[in-house]
Design a protein around this ligand. Structure first.
Ligand code: SAH
Length: 540
């Protein structure tokens, strides 16, 4: 016969706003509420239970037993835990007491575990976004867990670069545990690793300290503190602790760092550290941290031994000192209308790219360079000093002039260079290529670019809106002929500005032209073939 019911309720960090509706409903329905004195006081204002039983900190087992007894007598009983009742809370204990009595779901009293926001989440929200990546909670309380086990967990979490939330970090009597934890973690993580100390999150005496792994013990840490320790890429920003979602970010020239767009994120090159589906091997890019962390413990013994012999402190060279550098990417070319690269330029490029970067030739006659660095300035300077043009990657304007013959084109090249210097690299809703042809042969196929410019009889012809790729590719539409040279740049500037202001994000020029039907004074004409082709995803 079923009797009463036990709810094991996590009431979150401690304020009403962060309690779930279910928790409030359940507490209001309950005939009695059982919990640790401080917690009972916290929720008392929100509930109207008939009997509230508060007990001392160490009386958890008797709390669970009392709850079972009252439920068996037909009562609705709530046992409360701060945070989540299943995280170092009462949920497990209530089940243990029930199991001891031979309880089963079918035969025994009903049990409902009501989840709540655990300290790792509430404290993280106050700190910024320190968790974000793989994280773990470790309780430093060795009342119920042998210290040797806790020590192993800290070691493992440190080694594996987990973000760590330390629960029960310190109490009046337990003061050494946090010191030991710090010593272990310093073997694997930089002393500058961001650490957040959150005391009494969302309670009256909330207190937040941002510190580092090296300095954290200089601050007040107590029973009501959660210690959040970042991983090797966690950083401080504007009084917040942020752990990036991934280990490396790509960025290109320009003030703001650009994150990867959704369609780029899953590409192999963007994830050099992923497990290779074909070979089953980890890629080289992540080896740095892998190697550092794996070798750390054996190396540590060796270093300790060496220190003892030499009687000198020897530093661990494998220590994960710095977050892995971001990947800086940019395009390089030897000139707007030059395809020749000198040996010296090749040497400089090789030097800049080094062992860790990559160089890739692209269909638009440029090299795409990716180099792990957070300090690209000197690199750019070196390339530019050697007459290489360095341009940002991504959704920017890129101009390329024909570079295949040296006939009539020479005369028009200064115009191309002027356009490139005024508009090149301009950030746009979508990549935009200007193809510049020095003669009417248009053999550089400028008319297959977003904007095609053809120099003919000392004037310019203008083409707009090619769809350069895909099975429905089509040439650009001829919109103007005989543009006077001094009119070209102002016209282009206005046209591009109009596109920049009005296009949707990711809308390439041909799509924009097709949608709005008119750009500047030019009317849209359908240039695509009338033959219907089924769209096919890349690779099919
Ligand atoms: N069940 C709880 C954890 C209980 S263990 C939960 O899921 O959050 C007690 C530890 O939790 C404390 O020592 C402290 O580290 C952490 N903690 C609980 N509530 C907290 C709060 N409001 N602010 C900061 N830390 C808290």
């Amino acid at each position: 016969m079923k009797k009463g019911k036990i709810f094991v309720v996590g009431f979150g960090p401690g304020d009403r706003d962060h309690m779930t509706k279910r928790a409030v409903d359940v507490l209001q329905q309950s005939d009695c509420i059982i919990g640790y004195k401080t917690y009972v006081e916290l929720i008392e204002p929100f509930v109207t239970a008939k009997a509230i039983i508060s007990t001392g900190m160490t009386e958890e087992v008797s709390r669970a037993q009392e709850a079972v007894k009252l439920a068996e007598a037909g009562n609705l009983v709530s046992v409360i835990s701060s945070g989540d009742s299943g995280v170092y809370g009462m949920a497990g204990l209530v089940y243990e007491v029930l199991i001891e009595k031979g309880w089963t779901e079918d035969e025994g009293i009903a049990v409902e575990i009501v989840p709540g926001i655990s300290a790792i989440n509430s404290c993280a929200s106050i700190l910024g976004a320190p968790i974000m990546h793989d994280a773990c909670t470790i309780s430093l309380s060795d009342h119920l867990t042998p210290w040797t086990v806790i020590e192993k967990r800290i070691e493992a979490a440190g080694m594996a670069d987990f973000v760590i939330a330390l629960y029960n970090p310190k109490s009046g009597r337990r003061t050494r545990q946090i010191q030991e934890a710090q010593t272990i973690l310093l073997k694997y993580r930089s002393p500058n690793t961001p650490v957040g100390l959150v005391k009494s999150a969302f309670r009256e005496n909330q207190n937040v300290v941002l510190t580092t792994l090296a300095d954290m013990l200089e601050h007040d840490i107590g029973m009501l503190t959660t210690v959040v320790i970042g991983n090797s890429s966690t950083f401080f920003y504007d009084n917040k602790i942020i752990t990036p979602r991934g280990y490396q970010r790509k960025y290109t020239l320009g003030a703001e760092k650009q994150s990867l767009k959704p369609h780029q994120r899953l590409k192999k090159e963007a994830e050099p550290w992923a497990l290779n589906q074909e070979t089953g091997e980890a890629q080289a890019g992540y080896e740095q941290i892998e190697r550092k962390t794996q070798e750390a413990s054996s190396l540590d013994f060796a270093l300790k031994a060496l220190s003892m012999v030499t009687k000198q402190e020897i530093e661990n060279p494998m220590l994960v000192q710095q977050p892995i550098e971001d990947i800086f990417e940019f395009a390089v070319s030897p000139g707007v209308a030059n395809k020749f690269i000198t040996p010296e330029q090749m040497r400089i490029l090789a030097e800049v790219i080094g062992e860790t970067g990559t160089l890739e030739y692209t269909p638009d006659h440029r090299f795409l360079v990716k180099v792990p660095t957070n300090h690209p300035e000197s690199m750019i300077e070196k390339l530019e000093q050697n007459q290489l043009i360095v341009m940002p990657m991504g959704d920017v304007l890129n101009l390329k002039a024909c570079d295949f013959c040296y006939g009539e084109k020479a005369e028009s090249i200064p115009y191309a260079e002027e356009i490139a210097s005024k508009l090149g690299g301009l950030k746009l809703p979508k990549e935009l290529h200007i193809g510049f042809n020095g003669c009417g042969m248009a053999c550089y196929r400028a008319v297959f670019d977003d904007i095609g410019i053809v120099y003919r009889k000392k004037k310019f012809d203008l083409f707009i809106g090619a769809k350069p790729v895909g099975r429905t590719a089509h040439a650009a539409q001829p919109v103007a002929e005989g543009i006077e040279p001094d009119q070209l740049l102002p016209l282009l500037t206005e046209l591009i500005e109009e596109y920049k202001q009005n296009a949707h994000p990711n809308e390439r020029l041909f799509k924009y032209f097709k949608r709005v039907k008119k750009i500047q004074s030019f009317n849209y004409q359908d240039m695509s073939s009338k033959i219907e082709v089924e769209p096919a995803p890349c690779g099919d």
